[in-house]
Design a protein around this ligand. Sequence first.
Ligand SMILES: Cc1cc2nc3c(=O)[nH]c(=O)nc-3n(C[C@H](O)[C@H](O)[C@H](O)COP(=O)(O)OP(=O)(O)OC[C@H]3O[C@@H](n4cnc5c(N)ncnc54)[C@H](O)[C@@H]3O)c2cc1C
Length: 301
Amino acid sequence: MNSIPDLVSGGLVHPQVALGPMTTYKIGGNAEYFARVDTRTELDEVLAAATGENLGVTMIGRGSNLLVATRGVSGIVVRLAGTFSEVEVRTDSVHAGAGAALPVLARTATRVGQRGLEFFVGVPGTVGGAVLMNAGCHGTETRDVLRSALVLDLDSGVAVERTPAELKLSYRHSNLRPSDVVLSAVFETTNGDVADGERLMREVTAWRRDHQPGGTHNAGSVFKNPPGDSAGRLIDSIGLKGFRIGGAAVSTRHANFIEASEEATPEDVYAVIEAVRTRVAREIGIELVREVVCLGFEDDA
Ligand SMILES: Cc1cc2nc3c(=O)[nH]c(=O)nc-3n(C[C@H](O)[C@H](O)[C@H](O)COP(=O)(O)OP(=O)(O)OC[C@H]3O[C@@H](n4cnc5c(N)ncnc54)[C@H](O)[C@@H]3O)c2cc1C
């Protein structure tokens, strides 16, 4: 078995790699170690070395739901690429690696008349992130289209196919633990009209252009919607649109988005998140629950 220093020498693992550029916030500190793995063999090598050296493993996808603290992330951060990004369309299903980009998944299926995955065109993450978060939009969630996901348990080293019911997918939630790695997923599709599918994807994209802040650094919705309400509506109702700390501010376009300027630090964004949560609890009596995953902060969640 190779050690982490062996894998560093071999170029598979890199020490002290900036994570900011790998997230949509574009800010954040370093990974103690980082590996981009293209094959299952590479992944297994990295995981074995990490286990051998008692290093924590953190998976990242496209970093579209992530805020990384300035102090960075200890252990090894792993990103799935190469063969993990492949998408294969069959007659009633689409098989995708966990590193596949959701908009690519949507377009690849739609282009050949496999319908049902169009909504993913609006979610800028990966299949792995979508399974973990039960990502969704425009009335459809991952659990509605997922047949199964292949999940590797880092503790046992065993990979098992799990259905949406077994993953307990619910609104922006799964029962996956930090020691679970999504390797791939199979999605249900139906045969349908290519033009209809493409029209739907254009509608999804247009809606997002009209309703969400474009061209800014953010991670989409920061909080989950509380039952029967919308986090954005609540935040807006107490006048927090535009509320700013340092270089981070609540979007004036969509109050559940927090935007980071070029000068923003991750701690600015985090401070805005905490301030908004506190104000909503105090003034409306509703405890907002964070959707964005924060890495390297005091109360890492
Ligand atoms: C502009 C914008 C719009 C958005 N709109 C939506 C939306 O409409 N609906 C929605 O649901 N989300 C939305 N999001 C949030 C985000 O795109 C989703 O949560 C997405 O599923 C995250 O995927 P990711 O690959 O970027 O995950 P990351 O942000 O990289 O990681 C998120 C979490 O997933 C874990 N993870 C990633 N890959 C794996 C893996 N292979 N195995 C195990 N764990 C893994 C990470 O450890 C982390 O805990 C939006 C984000 C942006 C920036």
